[in-house]
Design a protein. Sequence first.
Length: 610
Amino acid sequence: MSRLELRTPNRTHIVMEELYKDLERRIESSPPGLCPVDMSRAFLELCHAQTCGKCVPCRIGLGQLNHFIKDVLDGKATMETLDTMEATALSIMESADCAIGYEAAHMVYKGLVGYRDDYIEHIRHGRCTCTYSQPVPCVALCPAHVDIPGYIALVGEGRYADAVRLIRKDNPFPTTCGFICEHPCELRCRRNMVDDSVNIRGLKRVAADFAGEVEPPKCAPSTGKKIAVLGGGPGGLSAAYYLQLMGHQTTVYEMLPKLGGMLRYGIPNYRLPKERLEDDVNAILKTGVQVEYGKKIGQDITIQDLREQYDAVLITIGASTDKKLGLEGEDSEGVMSAVQFLRNIGKNIITDLTGKEVAVIGGGNVSMDAVRTAKRLGAKKVSIVYRRRMADMTALPGEINGAVAEGIELQTLKAPAAIDVDENNHVKGIYVTPQMVSTIKNGRASVRPTGEDDIYIPCDVLVVAIGQNIETAHFEAAGIPVSRGKILTTSTGAVEDMPDVYAGGDCSSGPATVIKAIAAAKVVAANIDEYLGFRHEISCDVEIPEAKLEDKIPCGRIDLTEREACERVCDFDAVENCMTENEARQEAGRCLRCDHFGYGIFKGGRETLW
């Protein structure tokens, strides 16, 4: 009888595992803008080291590909080299005995097709097209390019008002984004190489919470120009803010009773308290921005009228209408869109759901807002119905976890098939078709029916949260080009053949995040300013603290805590708690100040926006 032994990893295995984890952290924190050719070389060498080396395509072929890429980087390659590389990669893909060899060659082949211009630039001009002069990764990944290291350093020194001033130079919604920004800036934070990314959004929240009321900067002298902005959401208000600071008198036309757009009428109070939204809105209005409430485009005003009255018109109406399921019975009583459901709450039109069963279709942040709102309205049972897996949901992981903690049921891999209604045309439930994961397309697993019978999910209220559209009828009638539900613009945001009409944000790009709408508004405001014959610069006279030289030892990330789930589901008060000042100082101290160490100093005491 053979004896079984417990094997424990030796020191070599332990060190190798640590090296693999270190490599994972370095890949995760790789900044955007790196040379794609050099990245191909690095990954090819890594894959080559992992092959068994038994077959010629891997052992010799991958080595040859690596040799060719090095020739490209060293300026020794010719255009014929690219053809040889492509043929070699295809040959390896067809003949390699293992998946590693195939995938390594496929990666090189995709690069030769996808970023061939970068290869050509190296060969013909001996230079790289990537930008080594880019700002730090967090700044590069922030759509609005906020000076993140700067305001983190200010928070670390307790200069909260200055931090807010610095943020507003690029983003006039510091308080709002401190609550609900999706923080793409944290994805490639270089602190990941040490332990974990800095809690950038949390520190923005700290600045807004502790700063108190911060007056906006003074406007430039009046230019005598007038600009109309259609839509009082984050995009419209951001554009109005910057245009007003430049000296152009700006008027916002808003169809609803209050400003904020989806921030007010789409995001529930527990995520973004409306009194905190008012902090940002009031600061914008203090610059002198005027507002016309209750004015809907195509009904109360027209594009033609505005073009006659103003020097420029900016369309930022957002995506405020819903997409349909396309199922019979969708117009039945009890079936509503998430946009309408959440807008009613924003208007303080409260629906009592006590004792009712609610189903919400969709897996994005809007669906999470809908289910968590339904729970707070007293629903007996709330379910999310999603045709893919939980891992495929587009909602933020924190929102999904928050919903689960509050008792929301996840019904995944179930595609809506039919709506069941009673004799009074009221929804009774929904039939769903079981799905199974299938082939991976564009990095995401697709789904297909399992072949099993449909499942019945009873519900008294059915909320549809599968996407949003814009209202385009009036714009098409006014001669503004619209394609696939979006307003077509040039690269500057101007409408073709209408140089005085611009569009930005969701209505031209499709539904996106708040920070992307703000970023788009900032750019289009600069382009409108240039169209009017000016080149104003928005500056900030805030002195950034010098980078400190102390060692950065590993230190855990401080996350924002939340109120207990059993307590918070009973009201619409804010879920998240802010950091304490001690926590904020420690978290700010984790920042590596990449703007000074490793990337070169890219800012001084006075910065410009464009």
